[in-house]
Write a protein that binds this ligand. Sequence first.
Ligand code: CA
Length: 234
Amino acid sequence: MNTSTARILLIEDEKHLAEGLLYNLSAEGYEAELARDGQEALELFDRGQWNLIVLDLMLPLLDGFEVARQIRDRDPRVPILMLTARSAEEDRVKGLECGGDDYLTKPFHLQELLLRIRGMLRRSSWYRTVPGEGDRYCFGEGCWVDFRERTAMGPGGERRLTEKELSILKCLVERASETVSREDMLREVWGYGPGVETRTVDNFMRRLRTYFEKDPASPEHIVSVRGLGYRFDP
Ligand code: CA
């Protein structure tokens, strides 16, 4: 996939922001379309093939959380970038739980948004071309990750994984028993340089623990390394 011709679905109800973003996304060479509320978003989503979704969380008719959930039901892989209000930490956690891959806090700089979009598209096309992922990776007591089927098994049962979850697990598995810093993970999984909020990584780790740990509060496989990052212990 050539990232410069990616199709982006922009879901944003603030008229001026939406029009500005649409203009700039087109100027960057993306094919972007705008949905102004949650229902229109799902209608447009169903009608097209999308490489990335930019999703405002506060929307009329259906809120962004519900939109994310429904998009995830239809497509576990399409990257979703959420736009959240300043300092709404619960919104971010909830947004990631609903299937978002990353978030950007309003107000943001246009360049920051474009950087995120480029990074997400690059990672998602990179992920699709990584060879040799047909095997089921087993660890712990009956846990596994199937990188081809995009499913996983843990104490809570079998589940589908999003693309971002798969990328994180791949990064952890490749470097099993080594400490992986949050910065390394942001670079490898999200495609960012340093200086981006590392709490995104923590939120994902918290979620992955609920999939694979018997007791997510005292993890045996996805272990925090204080001040450094995370270590995967098979
Ligand atoms: Ca809004």
